[in-house]
Write a protein that binds this ligand. Structure first.
Ligand code: SAM
Ligand code: DTB
Ligand code: SF4
Length: 317
């Protein structure tokens, strides 16, 4: 069967449905493809922080903005191992390592591969986000058994140039193609609350949903506003609009894990509960994302208990 190709009008119509219809449809699809009462948990670790040459207007790690962030050297294998053990103990099934690079050098990649192997031996799924990858680098990651590569499209092609000028949309699509063709699972999503309009949110979803095959994992981030970045002071997004985004993502990509990613610190419990009802079924666990704060584990555990949500079982490999 050939894959459905979504068009702008169809996606806009779903996004704009009456809220109750939208949530009902999203929840109905969600429960035919996933257990509605479990959530997958990943933990993030920044293995190389700050001093990034790129100019992503949201990012505290860009060298171009004074955000007060300390530049850090690449973490040691021991530091990675300790963090992975903690994550596992706290219930994470996947460990995601991020580096503030435009792209890794081949030498960087070999260092990260040692880290991936250390995480694998803790019996966790592995994910890395290192910037752009060549075809050869993707194959190398596939060879060592990396489970997921995260590379976000971030926003629609139309709005992209307002946010990043140091690499273009096609570069991102090329990296995703290399990852897909190498056999590593694709994790790709975007950020809301950057001053984009509804059509631009639809534009991001259109790009993601029309990837063939669709990403296995789709992180939807709410901008964490960091003082010193160009997007600091952007008007806050209407929470209802954010929930609509999650529901539309679920309808368009029924099999994907949809991760309620950055920005949970600024959401109240009711908004997060609505996001889970709309089809989000993954979060980042732990006090820190890469550099920005995240709810603490106890607070999340309490929320999940109140919602009757349990954590997806840890991988047996
Ligand atoms: N440097 C690599 C890259 O950009 O591909 C990997 C790390 S980068 C920090 C990973 C993702 O984090 C970005 O693509 C963006 O979607 C997200 N991100 C960064 N800063 C953010 C912020 N302030 N709020 C929300 N999401 C953010
Ligand atoms: C993603 O979409 N969100 C995560 C992960 N992929 C790498 C990163 C969020 C970063 C938030 C800002 C910070 O912690 O510096
Ligand atoms: Fe660098 Fe990634 Fe931040 Fe962009 S999002 S400035 S590439 S660390």
């Amino acid at each position: 069967m050939s894959k459905k190709v979504w068009n702008k009008e169809e996606v806009s119509n779903i996004f704009a449905k009456p809220f109750n219809d939208l949530l009902f449809e999203a929840q109905s699809i969600h429960r035919t493809h996933h257990n509605p009462n479990t959530i997958q948990v990943s933990t993030l670790l920044s293995i190389k922080t700050g001093a990034c040459p790129e100019d992503c207007a949201y990012c505290p790690q860009s060298a171009r903005y004074d955000t007060g962030l300390e530049r850090e050297r690449l973490l040691s294998l021991d530091e990675v191992r300790t963090a992975a053990r903690n994550a596992k103990q706290q219930g994470a099934t996947r460990f995601c390592m991020g580096a503030a690079w435009r792209n890794p050098t081949d030498r960087n990649l070999e260092t990260v591969i040692k880290m991936i192997k250390a995480v694998q031996s803790e019996k966790l799924e592995t994910c890395v986000t290192l910037g752009m990858l060549t075809e050869k680098q993707s194959k190398r990651l596939a060879e060592v058994g990396l489970d997921y590569y995260n590379h976000n499209l971030d926003t629609s092609p139309e709005f992209y140039g307002d946010i990043i000028t140091t690499r273009d949309y096609q570069d991102r699509l090329d990296t995703l193609k290399h990852v897909r063709e190498s056999g590593v699972n694709v994790c790709s999503g975007g950020i809301l609350g950057m001053g984009e309009n509804r059509q631009q949110r639809v534009g991001l979803l259109l790009e993601l949903a029309n990837l063939d095959p669709q990403p296995e994992s789709v992180p939807i981030n709410l901008l964490v506003q960091i003082e010193g970045t160009p997007l600091y002071g952007t008007d806050e997004l209407d929470p209802i609009e954010f929930v609509r985004m999650i529901a539309t993502t679920r309808i368009l990509m029924p099999d994907a894990y949809i991760r309620l990613s950055a920005g949970r610190e600024s959401m109240n419990d009711a908004m997060q509960a609505l996001c889970f009802h709309a089809g989000a079924n993954s979060v980042f666990f732990g006090e820190k994302l890469l550099t920005a704060p995240n709810p603490d584990i106890d607070q999340d555990a309490l929320l999940f208990e109140r919602l009757g949500i349990s954590l997806e079982a840890q991988a047996s490999h």
